[in-house]
Ligand binder design. Structure first.
Ligand code: PGA
Length: 248
């Protein structure tokens, strides 16, 4: 399966910093399209800028969240149709930072994924356990429940999503899941997807993936790409990750 490498810029960037980063990525990639799919999930205010700077490049535009509603009196929210206006292709939903800081439930995440599919976008559905849940032996049950809510809502259209396994304790901490830990969870998620008739869905790993550990992680069966936060903000590091994903 062609690997999917998605950058999650989170709440970082500025017009000047984005321009420098995107210029460096375009220069680094050169004229040849990478042998993996690359998506950049940028903050909503920068979608227009990123759309312009990415035009003609092989990199796809992504967003970090979407409203579960179609349109109307939802102050501060961004609809899937608005994302379409900027040629957004991918959108993260259910990131643990939104589940933790904004109280997003499995049902809300499923509703957002459904909105994205209805608008023709690809949801990147994030699942992952906290450290306490891992230590209590609940990892598989937690991620299966998170993914199960999305499968229940999407039915046959589950085959059109991407999934990201992001152990909460590994995000932004420099503490990566070991290849064995990641492989076990990816196997469980793939099995669940297969049973739902969605065997082709890619399952990305996220959580302190970087230029040093990317090769070992992507070499694991069932790790179909990465969702990269901190290391996606440094052009040299992100280019190394893209290149590692292009040979596996
Ligand atoms: P990180 O973030 O790579 O900085 O750990 C990943 C994510 O939260 O998507």
């Amino acid at each position: 399966m062609r690997k999917l490498i998605a950058a999650n810029w989170k709440m970082n960037g500025s017009l000047a910093a984005n321009q420098a980063l995107l210029d460096a990525l375009r220069t680094g990639l050169g004229s040849e399209a990478p042998a993996c799919t690359v998506a950049l999930c940028v903050p909503a205010p920068y979608l227009a800028q990123a759309q312009g700077l990415l035009s003609g490049s092989a990199m796809q535009l992504g967003a970090q969240d979407v409203s579960a509603h179609e349109a109307g009196a939802y102050t501060g929210e961004v609809s899937a149709a608005m994302l379409v206006d900027f040629a957004v292709r991918y959108c993260i939903v259910g990131h643990s930072e939104r589940r933790q800081c904004h109280g997003e439930t499995d049902a809300m995440v499923a509703a957002k994924a459904a909105r994205l599919l209805a608008a023709g976008l690809v949801p990147i559905v994030c699942v992952g356990e906290t450290l306490a849940q891992r230590e209590a032996g609940q990892t598989e049950a937690v991620v299966r429940a998170q993914l199960g809510a999305v499968i229940a809502a999407l039915g046959a259209r589950t085959s059109e999503i991407a999934v990201a396994y992001e152990p909460v304790w590994a995000i932004g901490t420099g503490r990566t899941a070991t290849p064995e830990q990641a492989r076990a969870v990816h196997a469980a998620l793939h099995e669940q997807l297969q049973r739902a008739g969605a065997a082709g869905v890619p399952v990305l790993y996220g959580g302190s993936m970087n230029a040093q550990n990317v090769r070992e992680l992507l070499a694991q069966p069932g790790i179909d790409g990465g969702l990269i936060g901190g290391a996606s903000l440094k052009a040299a590091d992100f280019l190394q990750i893209i290149s590692a994903a292009s040979v596996n």
